[in-house]
Write a new protein. Sequence first.
Length: 193
Amino acid sequence: MARPCEFDEDDVLDRAMQTFWLHGYDGTSLEDLLAATGIARQSLYNRFGDKRALFIKALRRYHTTGGAKLQPLFDQMRPVQAAFRQLFESASSEDDDAKRMGCFMINAAMEMARHDVEIADIVTRNQRAFEDLFVTALEAGKARGELPADFDCRATGRFLVGAFFGLKVLAKSDPSSPILGDMVNVTLNVLPA
């Protein structure tokens, strides 16, 4: 009788995600995944499928957990301008190693989205989730009187998503560039005080 698999699926996905995040999809071997997750090859295949299936599951997990980490910032910090400033400044002030790792979702987009429709779809849904989060935060700020009554929350939210993702890409290649601080300051000028 076969012994049941005894491992925490979320923990395995998190370890696989970190490995893919560090090395990229193409740079990650099956041996890397087995070493990182600590499970046997057959258990990995039985529970998660092949390397691509595991990558997609890790990417989906990142998508579902990423926005949840940002929500408290917008729920707790007032005014909304301060929440966006903290978000952008924290991204630009990470240590160089964190900046060079970049964002797992953006890395996946740059490496895989052009030739993998399913991954492109996950990336697109992630971008839209960020857009919705940003727009909702701006609308709440507008309702509290922190933004003018005629402020375009949708267009500004979309712009901020593009700027935030662009900041992460630039920080990845040149983590100590003065462009990062300039980008934060100029970007946040779209939010009237």
